[in-house]
Design a protein around this ligand. Sequence first.
Ligand code: C2O
Ligand code: CU
Ligand code: CU
Length: 654
Amino acid sequence: MPADTATRPRRLKRITIELLIIVLLLGATCYWLLFIRATNGELTFENKLLIPHQLFGTVVDGRRQFHLTVAEGSREFFPGKQTPTAGVNGPFLGPTVRLRRGEDVDLIVQNNLDEITTMHWHGMHVPARMDGTPHQKIEPGESWTASFPVDQQAAPLWYHPHPHGSTGRHVYRGVAGLMWIDDDNSNALDLPKTYGVDDIPIVLQDRLFDDDGAFRFARNQGAVYGNTMLINGTYNPFLQVESRRIRFRLLNGSNARIYYIGFDDNREFHQIATDGGFLETPLQTNRVILAPGERAEILVDFSDGAEVVLKSYPEAGFLRTITSFFWGIGTGNLQLLKIVPRPTNRASHALPERLNTISRIDPSLAAKTRPMVLAGPRQGGRGGRGGRLQNIQQRITRNLAALQGERGQGGRGGRGGRGGPPINGKTMDMARIDEVVRLGDIEIWEVHNRGGQPHPFHLHPVQFQILDRNGQPSTSADLGWKDTVLVPPGDLVRIIMAFDRYADPQVPYMYHCHILEHEDNGMMGQFLVVEEPEQLSLITGKTTVVTFITGVQCGHCYEHARLFDEVLRENDINLVVITPESDPDQERVAALSSSLISDTSGKWAGWFGMAHTGPAHGTVLLDATGEVVWKSTAPEPYMDVHHLVNRAKNLPGR
Ligand code: C2O
Ligand code: CU
Ligand code: CU
């Protein structure tokens, strides 16, 4: 009996120790699987990194012309396996288009695919008609020319198709390329500039392959991720460089994956440029985060001669890394490119002290602040501002919420991707104008991610500055010019920009999430940049209804105008009737007591965001300050004039 009572606690102790060891081992294995082992740990870095050709174009009548032909092809990424692809002037990806500030260019895009495509110049400041959005369709066998002056600072831009609903598929097959602008500043700076030698383009793309070598375009959690990395379309790549300072111009050309880029020896390097141009001074760091669509230029010193692997780290956060692992997306721990330095006598470029001058846009000059609420309905409150989220407890809650949110969205994606995460509670509609921006205005957009996953928010025609994140003023790389900004779940990022060029009352620009499957699922909106129409003074100082008709010639339009004319006059509400006709029937016009404007330029329609592809009829109600308080666009004229009168009478300050 005494022996028995003595062994029991001993056995318990032994079991406890064994359990502890098992738990520790399991923990260590998980940690290794998640944070140490690269998803593509099998790479041997045997293929020479492909460098895209450069395209300098030819000058014809003072304009520099570039020919870009989009076509299907095939590429041997793996020995003996042909992968069906598509590309620009070649089977996969496209040439690096070199542009100079101050030149006028024509980009002639030939579509040799058997489906509609478009070509968008991502980051370029161009007129809306030249932007290559879903509205500038190129039919199979047809060509389209984008003409514009290159008038923005040196920057690493890119181009890719933008057909609504299938941008992801087009880019995934390989249609995309780099577009670099040079200017006097970039020419004068002492930076590595020998293309492919010490100035290296890097296009990062993850792909999923079938056994026969074909790309598999398969959604996981609502977007397309791959476990195989292609760098400039090279699988398993290495790059020989001279052992001195090398410049890399990185583009995340992936559909959905975010990279936390660094080197496997964790060496420090310098970031010198963001999406839209050079930073003011080189930024010393050992990581660059790149979401889809984003670019960065870095300078890396290889004078120690050591071989090193460019890689992506699993730094999206503990919970996200674990869930991504179990979803089969991978932890984001990926090897990208092995760099093999060779001895050289050539001196290294010094690190420039100064790269650029970036004058900050003054927020007090903003004419308007627009909310951009991602992946959630528009709500009154503005949580998450003022640095309150710095609190650790809230951060954990946020991560948990993120986890649940992602699961929900994943479910939707899995059932065929209906709907899609919206912006301001709306899903993209090509026939609807979501926002109208006045030419010359400076605006602040408050991009608030109320959804469960990070969204890279991109807006088209201008480069912007990041004012703050959750109330914290921008630092480091956030001080650079951007056209795409990563907004983590729960965050509120305020951006500011000047819409200083190119009004068009009919053709909209886009803003959207640059996770291409989110965009294709409708996480996109349209905005016009417009000039003030003539005679706008007709509507100021008084409650006004502006109604758009297809013409006084049209029976129901005229009936509608007559009814509005009579009822609104009785109720002392101002009415302005807008017709696109240049020469409306004078007899019919005379029968109306209201002002009738021939809007042949479309400026009135644009000012009030009437869609150009959509319904021709629209009615807006404006308060005495000229603000739109109610709007309807429909295929038929809005006839409920009494409803409008009631609304007008209830306006405050009337
Ligand atoms: Cu890079 Cu609207 O796109
Ligand atoms: Cu763009
Ligand atoms: Cu998104």
